[in-house]
Design a binder for this molecule. Structure first.
Ligand code: TTP
Ligand code: MG
Length: 367
């Protein structure tokens, strides 16, 4: 007698085909393309001033240890021949527009993450006959032909793995993680390499004996939610190479934020300005990349006893400089001192963006 083979819901769901595309050394590659003198040389895009930061470095500069978000002074010390180049955001936006037009030839399910990065869901196109890997290769070829720049592509069955895959063979890479490979690929990774695990979480995981994807996989869901709250369920899933998040094309940026959990709680006001300086820098960079003016800034405080507070202020003309952002954020925070309890986390975000009609485009001052 024949028994029907049980089909689990997961087996019956169609396997998705997701591509993650990420341009190589994006700003630096555009500068080298447009100025032949810069080709083959270690360059950093950003301000050379003492308080400036590196936005990105060319692949020639990376062996010296020059990295995004590094103070320019440190970068210059690491690489004596480093050439600093001022960013030209309009040029990067133009390339971004060209690359997105290429994506649109294959699917309408495109979720841009920044000017140089996007997820594409090509399940439908792949079912029609062309494999996702072929589509990724065609996209890379079109990007090179039409912009003169290289991109790396990752192909897999969810967003988490596609992003890991695009990073795996950078620059000019193409890497595929099949359903069979997914769990073992994740098992070998150090947890700090997981997208979504920041440095503080990574240290906490290490203190709990979780060093690799394989360690994380051994942890139970209740253990992870006890220690990491809501993020625990996400860590539990990605340890199994599972990620059900859809590619969401309409997700327009509504706010841009940065936050930091401190290794030691803050208790006195003089500790605050230096503590938020790196946050402000990070926020300003991301804001500068967005290109639209935000009218509201919000600060967030989490106390050691788990109480929390948020405070906002809006400016009719929007925040046009890093100094304005700093001034208002510090003012909002200073009103909360002396604090209700020691502070374990501070966050800042900008929101309430003006329409991108060119009227209020951000006067970018990176210094
Ligand atoms: P990334 O894709 O993170 O970096 P990249 O394209 O320069 O290099 P890779 O080959 O490793 O992908 O970021 C894209 C661009 O965003 C980058 O060229 C500059 C900008 N950027 C910042 O302005 N600040 C930052 O901290 C980072 C990480 C990027
Ligand atoms: Mg990139």
């Amino acid at each position: 007698m024949l028994y029907p083979v049980p089909v689990s819901p997961r087996e019956s769901a169609p396997v998705r085909r997701i591509i993650h595309i990420d341009m190589d050394a994006f700003y630096a590659a555009v500068e080298q393309r447009d100025d032949p003198m810069l080709r083959g040389k270690p360059i950093a895009v950003g301000s050379p001033r003492p308080r400036g930061v590196v936005l990105t470095a060319s692949y020639e500069a990376r062996p010296f240890g020059v990295r995004s978000a590094m103070p320019s002074a440190t970068a210059a010390r690491l690489c004596a021949e480093l050439i600093f180049v001022r960013p030209r955001f309009d040029a990067y936006k133009e390339v971004s527009r060209q690359v997105r037009a290429i994506f649109a030839r294959y699917t309408s399910l495109v979720q841009p993450l920044s000017l140089d990065e996007a997820y594409l869901d090509v399940t439908e196109a792949a079912e029609a006959g062309t494999t996702a890997t072929e589509i990724a290769r065609e996209i890379k070829t079109a990007i090179l032909a039409e912009t003169g720049l290289t991109a790396s592509a990752g192909v897999s069955y969810n967003k988490f793995l596609a992003k890991l895959a695009s990073d795996h063979r950078k620059p000019d890479g193409l890497f595929v993680i099949t359903p069979r490979m997914g769990p073992s690929f994740v098992a070998t990774l150090p947890i700090a390499a997981f997208h979504g695990v920041g440095p503080v979480t990574a240290r906490k995981m290490q203190s709990l004996g979780l060093h690799t994807g394989a360690d994380l996989r051994c942890a139970t869901l209740s253990f992870l939610t006890t220690h990491f709250g809501r993020a625990g369920a996400f860590y539990h899933a990605i340890a199994r190479a599972e990620d059900a998040r859809p590619v969401s094309p309409d997700r327009e940026t509504k706010s841009i934020g940065a936050e930091r959990t401190f290794e030691q709680d803050l208790t006195a006001w003089p500790e605050v300005p230096p503590a938020i300086a790196p946050l402000l820098e990070k926020l300003w960079q991301a804001y500068a990349r967005e290109g639209r003016v935000a009218r509201t800034v919000t600060v967030k405080i989490k106390y050691a006893d788990f109480r929390r507070a948020t405070r906002s202020r809006s400016l009719a003309e929007g925040f046009g400089s890093q100094t304005a952002l700093e001034h208002v954020s510090l003012d909002l925070l200073s009103r909360e001192f002396p604090p209700l309890a020691p502070i374990r986390l501070l966050g800042m975000a900008v929101s309430n963006f003006a329409a991108a009609d060119g009227q209020m485009s951000l006067g970018l001052k990176l210094d």
